[in-house]
Design a protein. Structure first.
Length: 299
C-alpha cells in the first residue's frame, strides 16, 4: 500500500474553526468546545508514521483565535521500509496573526530501530501581538525493547519568522532556528546517559505569565556553595531570552527594546518522566490560558 503523503489544513478565526481538512495517512480531530479555544488532535492510521510517509500541515490562526495542536500519545516512527527507502517526514507551516495564539504541544516522538525521521516546523508570527507555545521533544527510542539510539537518523528543525518593516519594506526575518540532528550510534556516544531531549519556545503577550514563570525558575538555579536550588544532574536545561529589539531593529528604537517577549528552553533528561515533570512546571497555568485540559503527560 502506498502511504506516501497526507496533507492537512487548519484555519481558526476568532471562535470559529473555519477549515479542518486532511488526507491519508494524516488524521485531524477537533472535539466540541464550550470555550473560545480550539483543540485539534493530530493522529495517524496505525498509531505511527511508516517509513516513506510524508505529512504536511498548514495552519492559520487569526482574528484573536486560540488553537492547540495535540496528540493522543507519542508519535511512533517505524523503521525505514526496504521497498520505500525515503525518510519519514513531517512538515508544519503556520501563520499566527495579531492577538492570536497557537500552542503546539504534542507527546514526545519515539523513533523505532532503523527509522529515519525528518521534521520541519516553520512559524510566521506577528512580531508584537501574536503568541506561540511550541514543544519539540523526543526520546532515544523504545528503551524497554533495547532500542535506545537504534534509529538511523533523527532530524528536527524549527524556524521562527517575523515580518520586519524596517526601511519601509516588509520582509520576513528569521528570528531563530533550532535544530536537533542526530545519528543513532554517534548520538548515543555523545548523550552522556540522557535519553529524552527537547526544546520549548514561548513567545508573545498571551503567554507572558508562563514566560515569567520559566525565567523565575531558571534564575533560581545556580551552581556553587550559595546555590538557591540543588542542580539535578539527571535533568539539564537552559534558557535563552528573546527581547523586543530582537524581533526587528525598528521595534527597539522607542525605548522598549529591552522588553522580554519570549524564551527558548532546551532540555535533556535521563528518562522521559523527569522531562515531563519539568514541562508541567514550566507550563503551569496553560490550562487557564487555553481553557482546556493540559496534555496528559504534564498533569
Amino acid at each position: 500500500m502506498n502511504r506516501s503523503g497526507g496533507d492537512g489544513r487548519i484555519n481558526v478565526c476568532g471562535e470559529q474553526l473555519r477549515e479542518l481538512s486532511f488526507s491519508y495517512p494524516l488524521r485531524l480531530m477537533s472535539p466540541s468546545s464550550r470555550s473560545k479555544h480550539r483543540d485539534v488532535y493530530m493522529l495517524s492510521h496505525g498509531g505511527g508514521l511508516v517509513g516513506g510517509d510524508e505529512v504536511k500541515l498548514q495552519v492559520v490562526v487569526e482574528g484573536g483565535g486560540s488553537l492547540s495542536l495535540l496528540t493522543q500519545g507519542s508519535t511512533k516512527v517505524f523503521k525505514q521500509s526496504e521497498s520505500n527507502p525515503k525518510p519519514t517526514r513531517s512538515i508544519v507551516q503556520a501563520h499566527i496573526h495579531p492577538s492570536s495564539l497557537l500552542s503546539i504541544i504534542p507527546e514526545q516522538v519515539t523513533p523505532f530501530a532503523d527509522s529515519v525521521f525528518e521534521s520541519t516546523q516553520t512559524i510566521l508570527l506577528n512580531p508584537v501581538e501574536a503568541s506561540l507555545i511550541l514543544l519539540d521533544w523526543f526520546s532515544s527510542g523504545r528503551i524497554h525493547m533495547n532500542e535506545s539510539f537504534k534509529f538511523k537518523s533523527y532530524e528536527s528543525r524549527v524556524a521562527l519568522l517575523v515580518p520586519c518593516v524596517c526601511a519601509s519594506k516588509t520582509r520576513n526575518k528569521e528570528l531563530l532556528r533550532d535544530a536537533w540532528l542526530l545519528k543513532g550510534a554517534e548520538a548515543e556516544r555523545d548523550a552522556f546517559g540522557y535519553t529524552c531531549f527537547g526544546s520549548l519556545i514561548l513567545m508573545g503577550p498571551k503567554v507572558k505569565t508562563i514566560i515569567d514563570n520559566a525565567v523565575s525558575q531558571f534564575e533560581s538555579i545556580s551552581i556553587g556553595i550559595s546555590a538557591k536550588q540543588k542542580v539535578d544532574t539527571d535533568l539539564s536545561w537552559s534558557l535563552s531570552r528573546i527581547f523586543r529589539r530582537d524581533l526587528c531593529p525598528c521595534l527597539g528604537v522607542s525605548g522598549g527594546g529591552e522588553e522580554l517577549v519570549g524564551v527558548v528552553i532546551r532540555f535533556c533528561a535521563v528518562e522521559s518522566l523527569l522531562a515531563q515533570t519539568l514541562l508541567s512546571q514550566l507550563l503551569k497555568g496553560l490550562d487557564t490560558i487555553t481553557c482546556s485540559e493540559m496534555p496528559s503527560s504534564f498533569r
